[in-house]
Design a binder for this molecule. Structure first.
Ligand code: CP3
Length: 654
């Protein structure tokens, strides 16, 4: 990425927008070090604000200047503790109002109050004065200024020079943050050469940074490092002036004083300013990204996150059918009983309990992916977990696999399938996703998954595994109406469940329609495809989706029509021919027979090469098995398989 921080640690002193700052920095390849340097607190004594409100209503002002959004809101809150909104707004309508920039404008709009003049960028006191002068102000006019922190002497002098009689209305002041530990840590890290850039987004941050540095006894060292080894990024002219007054040179100031511009332009230019950034100023892959993770959580900001960390991984590229030097590989059931450490854990914890303990599920997921060296991790969970919130009584009994104790047998049973209104019952899955995302190596994509409605319906009707799915299919033929209702409820719950996994931090999704291969094409079209189409339409479009089914050689085109960016192939089809049938619009995943992994290693090698030869290095092949790894598989064979795939170059083709 040419315009990337390339892993540079960037200290950000922003407080209110700390989270967005961290997300944006990450998006531009930086490792954010959050060091909030301010806290805005309303003055305990709101007398000044209330007095202003009374004077306003009494017609004492000709002009009101609003300098900040937060301040405007504080001001209105204070006024409204005493004066009703209709009253102050009526008086406000009679005055000429000036907003310093978009934030006070937005705040005024929230109260439905008008704005007469918006100060143009970069929104400093100079533009304010110029814009106001241009309106031809009359000498002797009475101007009230909503102030924040300290008053701006230049602004007051400028207004007075235009003949104004200025009143100051102080509504809040700045304080150090409650917890200054992150700021102190960041300043020490700067001095130690572990930070590559420092980002200042307000004047007051400069004072607080110096104050804390003084407190820590590192003020002098800090100034030296800031001026020689750290790229100094400043949001705009006032902050830059404050920095220069403090003896700190500014390297980057964006053309527009906006957070987004600051970060984008800093990402573009940090490398070309003459600062000798220490090699230690680059972050490691595992560094926690607290704000980034919480942003995913609270806003479901998957697009932002996915673009930033994972976009260039070979797995994501293959999902998008972009060429990659090596073929990405992961294996269905890569975490499971074939691994001794998994069996060891399972000797102590039941399978469902394992799924429901996010720390353990995360450990199993991460350790398998890291040990195998695969190109994607898959969430440790099970497709049947979603059946619990739907009202099914699920158990995994030893030796027998899954059992549903209250299966659907009659059409009327569908009435007791819950319309899922709350995913709280499976929140452990999202907690696991968050933990996994936080613990996985940076750039290693995480696959979330769910069962497809047909496969889930099979379990819900059969009550467990089955050979012919005779009960499920007979139900479907006999009661197409009830079948549709069931499928719709499953689709609704599944779409929501998948999107919640993305919101929690999954980069890719796989939909397992493991048993749909039991249907002929006509039945698929009639009973399944419309529901699959609806499911795929409802999945977050920012993540690639893998559509997998076993024994679906006769359904591939119909599955592609239903949806998915990648189609999973099992070993019964020939990869080359299946891909030719599917055409250019999808990537493919597969398709080694899992049983081959049990056999002689030579066979593993030759079969893996055969599949890779068939793919001919075409963009959009993800290597995988045709179905899950069997419990009796030797781990060595799995590890060697991963190596074979990674070592293969299509130019080596036999
Ligand atoms: O692939 C992974 O590493 C992620 C974890 C994962 C599991 N199940 C863990 C699991 C995934 C993606 C699944 C999906 C799943 N579960 C499917 C679709 C994939 C497929 O195999 O077609 C299905 C049909 C299920 C239902 C299910 N879960 C069955 C039939 C069984 C019993 C059979 C078996 O393999 O034991 C399970 C249990 C299960 N799910 C285990 C694991 C690791 C084994 C449980 C144990 O530890 O005893």
């Amino acid at each position: 990425m040419p315009d990337s921080f390339r892993g540079l640690r960037v200290a950000a002193f922003e407080s209110r927008m700390a989270e967005s700052t961290a997300v944006l920095l990450s998006r531009h390849g930086g490792v954010p070090v959050e060091a909030p340097a301010l806290r805005e607190i309303a003055l305990d004594d709101q007398t000044e604000a209330i007095e202003f409100g009374r004077a306003l209503v009494a017609g004492a002002f000709d002009v009101v200047v609003l300098l900040t959004g937060v301040g405007t809101r504080f001001l209105v809150q204070a006024i409204e503790s005493q004066i009703p909104r209709v009253a102050w707004k009526k008086a406000f309508e009679q005055t000429f109002s000036i907003a310093r920039g978009p934030k006070p404008v937005a705040a005024l709009r929230e109260f439905g109050a008008k704005v007469d003049l918006v100060v143009p960028e970069p929104n400093t006191w100079r533009e304010l004065i110029d814009a106001f002068r241009a309106t031809g102000p009359k000498p002797g006019m009475r101007v009230a200024i909503q102030e924040y922190g300290e008053s701006n002497a230049d602004l007051i002098a400028g207004l007075e020079a235009l003949g104004a009689i200025v009143s100051r209305v102080r509504v809040y002041r700045w304080a150090l943050p409650d917890d200054t530990t992150p700021l102190r840590d960041a300043l020490r890290a700067i001095v130690a050469g572990e930070i590559g850039a420092a980002m200042f987004t307000s004047m007051k941050q400069v004072d607080h940074v110096l104050e804390i540095a003084g407190d820590e006894g590192i003020a002098e060292a800090l100034l030296t490092v800031l001026n020689t080894r750290i790229v100094i990024c400043s949001i705009g002219p006032s902050t830059s002036t404050a920095l220069r007054n403090a003896g700190i040179g500014v390297d980057i100031e964006p053309a527009h004083p906006k957070l987004g511009r600051l970060i984008a332009e800093s990402a573009e230019r940090w490398d070309s300013v003459s600062k000798s950034v220490s090699p230690r100023a680059f972050g490691t892959f595992k560094e926690p990204r607290k704000a980034v993770l919480s942003a995913i959580e609270t806003r479901g900001d998957s697009r932002l996150i996915n673009e930033s960390f994972f976009h260039d991984s070979i797995f994501m590229k293959a999902c998008r059918r972009e060429p990659t030097e090596t073929t990405p590989v992961w294996l269905m059931r890569q975490a499971g009983r074939y691994m001794a450490e998994y069996r060891e854990l399972r000797s102590k914890v039941g399978f469902l309990d394992l799924c429901k303990t996010p720390e353990l599920a995360a450990e199993v997921t991460i350790s398998a992916a890291v040990r195998l060296g695969v190109d994607a991790a898959i969430l440790f969970a099970d497709i049947l977990l979603i059946l619990e919130p739907l009202g099914f009584d699920l158990e995994f009994s030893r030796g027998e696999g899954p059992v549903i104790h209250n299966p659907l047998r009659e059409a009327s049973d569908v009435d007791r399938v819950n319309v899922v209104e709350d995913l709280a019952q499976v929140s452990f899955v999202f907690d696991a996703v968050r933990l996994i995302r936080a613990g996985l190596p940076r750039g290693l994509p995480l696959i979330g998954f769910a069962g497809a409605p047909f496969t889930l319906a099979c379990y819900a009707i059969e009550g467990g595994g089955s050979r012919h799915y005779d009960r499920a299919k007979a139900f479907m033929y006999r009661d197409p109406g009830a079948w549709s209702v069931l499928m719709e409820r499953l689709v609704d719950a599944t779409a929501w469940y998948l999107n919640a996994q993305v919101a929690a931090g999954a980069q890719v999704l796989q939909v397992f329609d493991s048993w749909v291969g039991t249907l002929c094409g006509r039945d698929y079209i009639e009973f399944v495809q419309p529901h699959m189409i609806r499911l795929f339409k409802r999945i977050d479009p920012s993540v690639p989706v893998i559509h997998f089914g076993a024994d679906t050689g006769s359904l591939l085109e119909l599955q592609r029509e239903a949806g998915g960016d990648v189609i999973g192939l099992d070993w019964r089809v020939d990869l080359e021919r299946a891909w030719a049938r599917l055409g250019e619009s999808v990537a493919v995943q597969g398709n080694l027979d899992p049983v081959v992994l049990l056999g002689p290693i030579e066979r593993v090698r030759s079969e893996a090469r055969r599949i890779l030869d068939q793919a001919r290095g075409r963009a959009g092949h993800i290597f995988n098995l045709g179905h899950g790894i069997l419990p009796s598989t030797p781990v060595d064979h799995v590890m060697e398989l991963v190596d074979i795939v990674h070592a293969y170059r299509s130019s080596d083709r036999a």
